[in-house]
Design a protein around this ligand. Structure first.
Ligand code: ATP
Ligand code: MG
Length: 253
């Protein structure tokens, strides 16, 4: 197995608060890797570090062996890391289709200018990008509402639209920040199988933040537990679940 992501003593302080404190672990290619911990443990901050949204205070990060420490978000996206957001970030006034197409621009060859001028290459790329976006919308069962504005979608639909948008970047590593939040129990029940399916179909590695413990335990190959910014446990679900430090962190919440 190959290491896809390696973080090494990654740290981020906000003033006196160390939100992510010397966290080290490796994620293997093809894994579904869970990241759990109480509210404020530093999970989202860790995603912000990995995607370049927040620069680290110290520590290092490698993606497929390449040092991407403190790289800019668009560079990291181009390398193959995509994410969804805990607080959904869609363009509410754009259609579902447009939301997915906007994300693809990192991969189209023709620039903005030729797009405006409508050169044959730009037009062909536009059509390909549209076809692929529709394919992704079909995958998340939103193709029948491709032209509807994203702001009119339910929470669950918006979460799935964000996943489609992330997949449009053709990532190797997909980071999902609480994909089940706001979903109804039906949608939540289908989420595990959906994540397994997209892993297989797109050859993905997935890192997943999720509070719903049974979902995490049933879905993830390995789990890392953060508490007050520190990694307090790492291992297979059964080991992590019975780890006294983990039990204490959750009971103390
Ligand atoms: N930009 C920021 N400026 C100051 N403090 C921040 C900032 N971002 C996060 N924090 C703080 O860092 C800590 C970790 O926050 P983070 O959002 O990473 O936690 P989390 O594990 O994702 O929590 P939750 O489960 O509630 O989403 C919190 O105490 C939070 O208030
Ligand atoms: Mg969070």
């Amino acid at each position: 197995m190959q290491t896809i992501l390696k973080i090494d003593r990654l740290t981020r302080a906000f003033g006196g608060l160390v939100a992510v404190d010397q966290v080290s672990f490796e994620v293997q290619e093809g894994e579904i890797f869970g990241l759990i911990g109480p509210n404020g443990a530093g999970k989202t901050t860790l995603f912000n570090l990995i995607t370049g949204l927040t620069p680290p205070t110290s520590g290092k990060q490698f993606f497929l062996g390449e040092d991407l420490t403190a790289a800019r978000p668009h560079i990291i996206a181009t390398k193959g890391i995509a994410r969804t957001f805990q607080n959904i970030r869609l363009f509410g006034n754009l259609s579902a289709l447009e939301n997915v197409m906007v994300a693809q621009h990192v991969h189209t060859r023709s620039g903005v200018l030729s797009g405006v001028l409508g050169t044959p290459t730009a037009r062909r790329e536009q059509q390909q990008s549209r076809d692929y976006a529709m394919e992704l919308l079909r995958l998340v069962h939103l193709d029948d509402r491709a032209e509807a504005q994203a702001r009119n979608f339910s929470y669950g639909d918006q979460r799935r639209l964000e996943i489609a948008r992330a997949l449009a970047l053709r990532p190797k590593l997909l980071l999902l920040d609480e994909p089940g939040a706001g979903m109804n129990s039906n949608e939540k029940a289908g989420l595990s199988q959906f994540i397994r399916d997209i892993r297989a179909q797109f050859n993905l590695t997935v890192v997943l933040i999720e509070h719903h413990v049974p979902l995490v335990m049933g879905l993830c190959d390995r789990i890392a537990v953060l508490n007050f910014g520190q990694l307090i446990a790492l291992g297979v679900p059964s080991a992590v679940q019975n780890d006294p430090a983990v039990v204490e962190a959750y009971l103390g919440e």
